[in-house]
Design a protein around this ligand. Structure first.
Ligand code: AMP
Ligand code: MN
Ligand code: MN
Ligand code: MN
Length: 276
């Protein structure tokens, strides 16, 4: 199997490396097919593509879209789409403007527990103010000494039930799959092992996704256990989904898995890149 990484982040969302540096790191790690999948933003694609193609390797357009399903925040990957598609661009722009409003509310919620200035602080870590993420808040809270690392900030402050977490209206599964398809791309469920869904709910989501025209599922992910890989490999076969794999690399020090350092797809699955 070629070395493929179809999930990572640059400074165009909440990654630590600019798109071109990220692409250079992927080449250095031997990645032969790369996709950059920033959250709700596709501004990094052309820089990453240039570096990868100049290095003689392949690049495919990608994005990771933030949606809500069953009351949870879920991520949908889009691949191999036309980056000029107006429907897709307008949809992503809408999510980004919602992110600013949410970040302001997070700042207010943190102020209530005595953490002042978090909105402005998080924005300093966001290259693009419209793509402010909880990861940027986490970096700021580490900077001011509230927690020792990003992981602890999430656990103590910015996950559901914690003081800096605010409800937010994301788009629907139908919206995200529809935009990717409008742009001629392939949609995949990102890291299904991360969602706190019962087996029945997971199947409901997969049924709905398939009915909407979704085609892929991320079987191998930097955030998946070996059990997750075998479970979602089985579900991919059962549903006839294309199988995807990616590190979900955000930067060294914040990610366990480096670019391209993911396990191979389990046998008997159709790799999603066959559809690109
Ligand atoms: P957002 O899209 O603004 O809700 O932020 C979600 C991002 O925060 C994810 O894409 C990860 O980069 C990061 N993240 C989520 N949960 C954790 C965690 N437990 N530890 C570290 N980073 C996390
Ligand atoms: Mn992220
Ligand atoms: Mn994700
Ligand atoms: Mn991701």
């Amino acid at each position: 199997m070629p070395i493929v990484d179809l999930h990572c982040h640059s400074t165009a969302s909440d990654g630590l490396l600019p798109p071109s540096d990220l692409a250079r790191r992927a080449l250095a790690n031997g990645v032969e097919l790369l996709s950059l999948t920033d959250h709700d933003n596709i501004d990094g694609l052309s820089d990453a593509r240039s570096v990868v193609e100049a290095g003689g390797m392949q690049f495919v357009n990608g994005v990771e879209i933030s949606i809500e399903w069953g009351g949870l925040q879920v991520h949908i990957l889009g691949y191999a789409f036309d980056a000029a598609c107006e429907v897709l661009n307008a949809g992503l722009a809408g999510i980004r403007s919602g992110r600013i409003d949410r970040a302001r509310r997070m700042g207010d919620a943190l102020a209530v527990v005595g953490i002042e200035g978090a909105f402005a602080g998080a924005l300093r870590y966001a290259e693009n103010a419209t793509l402010v993420s909880r990861a940027h808040f986490a970096r700021y809270l580490v900077e001011i000494g509230v927690c020792k690392d990003v992981r602890s900030v999430f656990e103590s402050y910015i996950v559901p039930g914690k003081p800096g977490y605010v409800e937010h209206q994301w788009v629907s599964l139908a919206d995200a799959v529809g935009w990717v398809r409008s742009a001629g791309g392939v949609a995949a469920i990102a890291h299904p092992g991360r969602y706190k869904l019962s087996r029945t709910e997971m199947r409901q989501m997969l049924d709905e996704f398939k009915m909407l025209g979704g085609q892929g599922i991320e079987v191998v992910s930097g955030s998946h256990s070996a059990d997750n890989v075998s479970l979602y490999g089985r579900l991919a076969r059962e549903y006839g989904f294309l199988a995807s794999c990616g590190s979900d690399f955000h930067g060294s020090g914040e990610s366990y898995v480096d670019l391209g350092r993911v396990a191979s797809l389990p046998a008997g699955l159709v790799p999603i890149w066959e559809a690109f």
